[in-house]
Design a protein around this ligand. Structure first.
Ligand code: ZN
Length: 308
């Protein structure tokens, strides 16, 4: 447990954060009303925190359903809630507004998953000059189930440290989640083993880790951030790439306009299919949670890449 928090954080929010922490002796008599307050920066972290925390936590997502997380802005209310959290799960370098709020309001509650996310790929050129990718690394680790497993384990350890009484439950839930993600990984590995085309052309360049894990190549129509609009030359190159590589399916995504994918498809005769980068779940999502949407992605990929 973090003993330095009361000294470092001042104000009413700090009092709430300290008394709300399940590991403090004062909290133990209150039972389920004293659940650990977890704030998660965007959907896959929210989902993993919910799975790992179970009934011991209340998880609040900073990125609302249907919103696009790259350029998230936080209201004063959201910042205040973040400041009152016991644990803030986020990815340093992905959402500048979250980095800043954590820095100024929640240093001790902050849990940056980037060390466990294994961010080995560089952000693509098109996205490299965007503020959200300050580290120069591709942030989209969650589309690789293996990397998400590492993060889930780390979240389990962080929740166990924040709430030692329930440490066994957090570790067990993280292990169960790891098992589900392992099964998903096996399905992807088997499902994408034999494909006629190994080249993905996606909406924004979110699928680099997925492509890398399963032996595919990725070209994003926009850069690593969805608002990094390609110029005419980039679009021309992509169109040529689609023709030269015999790409038959171009992927659009759920939270971003499919117009560019449709343009390339029209010029090349390719189809447009949907691949969901899981940056937010909406009613339009092809599933109710991470696992369901990933399975829908696998089935779109198997069809689009003509896998047998
Ligand atoms: Zn993205």
């Amino acid at each position: 447990m973090d003993l330095t928090r009361p000294a470092l954080v001042l104000g009413a929010a700090a009092v709430l954060a300290v008394t709300g922490c399940g590991s403090d002796s004062a909290a133990t008599d209150a039972g389920s009303s004293e659940r650990l307050r977890v704030t998660a920066a965007f959907y896959p972290l929210q989902w993993a925190s919910e799975r790992v925390g179970g009934d011991h936590v209340v998880v609040r997502g900073l990125t609302k359903p249907g919103a696009e997380p790259h350029d998230l802005e936080l209201t004063p209310k959201a910042v205040a809630e973040l400041a009152a959290s016991d644990v803030v799960v986020y990815l340093e370098g992905f959402q500048p507004a979250v980095d800043e709020a954590v820095d100024t309001q929640a240093k001790d509650a902050a849990f940056d998953v980037s060390p466990s996310a294994d961010l080995t790929l560089a952000a693509t050129e098109e996205g490299g000059d965007h503020a959200g990718e300050t580290s120069g690394k591709d942030p989209h680790f969650w589309l690789d189930p293996v990397r998400l497993t590492g993060v889930a384990t780390a979240i389990g350890e962080r929740l166990a440290a924040a709430d030692p009484e329930n440490a066994t439950d957090y570790r067990a839930a993280a292990a169960a989640l790891g098992k589900d993600l392992g099964a998903l990984h096996d399905e992807f590995a088997a499902g994408l083993e034999q494909c006629r085309s190994d080249e993905l052309v996606t909406g924004h360049a979110a699928f680099g880790y997925l492509a890398d894990r399963y032996g595919l190549g990725q070209e994003g129509i926009t850069g690593v951030s969805p608002d990094a609009e390609p110029n005419a030359a980039t679009l021309r190159e992509l169109t040529e790439h689609v023709r030269d590589a015999g790409v038959t399916t171009v992927y659009a995504e759920t939270l971003v306009s499919p117009a560019l994918a449709e343009t390339i498809a029209r010029e090349t005769g390719a189809h447009v299919a949907v691949l969901d980068p899981l940056e937010g779940i909406t009613e339009e999502s092809a599933g109710a949670d991470y696992l369901e949407v990933m399975r829908a992605n696998l089935s779109a990929l198997r069809e689009g890449q003509q896998c047998t």
